[in-house]
Design a protein around this ligand. Structure first.
Ligand SMILES: [Zn+2]
Length: 244
């Protein structure tokens, strides 16, 4: 993955300030996957998107991710570490052809598209999210040689579809059980990589703007000149400013 320059990252951050979390996640995904047509990103399978965001996180801020959460039983503050590189690798690596799963059971033959963010968002807005998701992502369903609709799928077949989707796109439901060091109870931690990464990007952007302010004041350089410096040189000049 190409590491995006500071100026482009600041641009993504600035655009994201006015957005809701869904829009911010999309901007981050666009930063992670400049090779994919922006219009197609919302239909990228959810687990694949997670892998893309973990890869972006690793490229921008490194492998180690500190996660904090409160124990659900006793409220103790817990901290644990995740490896962004490991997660990106274990979740990703699917070709476009594999984004459709096929379930064959009894006399049923069903093809189902792995849901993307656009599907989940639309389904969540409808009266019956599960039915809406089935309807949106069903590619074809045949029973005894006759085509049927999503509403005609029996519950066991629906369950098999859910299992097949989970197996094909495991990152879609990334949850970990963290044991509390105080009381021993496990707390289910669902890491939202998009909001985690946004928080980091936000802190980074504010630091960079401060650097620009300090260096522009000290040397009279323009913003684009300062952003074109490597982080190492920026740091070095800042140290020189602080010394005088
Ligand atoms: Zn506890």
């Amino acid at each position: 993955m190409a590491i995006t320059g500071a100026a482009e990252l600041l641009g993504a951050w600035e655009a994201g300030l006015a957005e809701a979390p869904v829009g911010r996640a999309l901007l981050l995904h666009r930063t992670a996957r400049p090779d994919v047509d922006a219009g197609r990103l919302p239909s990228v399978p959810v687990g694949e998107r997670e892998a893309d965001l973990f890869a972006l996180r690793r490229a921008l801020f490194g492998e180690r991710m500190q996660v904090r959460l409160a124990c659900r039983a006793c409220g103790a503050d817990m901290e644990f570490e995740l490896d962004a590189g490991e997660l990106a690798g274990s979740l990703g690596g699917r070709s476009a052809a594999e984004s459709v799963v096929r379930v064959q059971q009894d006399r049923w033959d069903v093809e189902f598209r792995l849901p993307g963010v656009a599907d989940l968002t639309a389904a969540a807005r409808s009266r019956d999210p599960r039915e809406a998701l089935l309807d949106r992502c069903l590619v074809s369903a045949v029973h005894d040689g006759t085509a049927v609709t999503a509403g005609e799928l029996p519950v066991p077949v629906q369950r098999r579809i859910a299992e097949a989707v989970e197996a094909a796109d495991p990152g879609a439901d990334l949850a970990l059980n963290v044991a509390c060091p105080e009381c021993g109870q496990a707390t289910r931690a669902e890491l939202d990589i998009a909001s985690y990464l946004w928080t980091e990007l936000d802190a980074w952007a504010r630091d960079v703007l401060l650097d620009v302010h300090l260096l522009a004041t000290a040397y009279g350089w323009s913003e684009s000149e300062i952003l074109a410096l490597s982080p190492l040189r920026r740091r070095y000049y800042l140290e020189l400013c602080a010394d005088v």
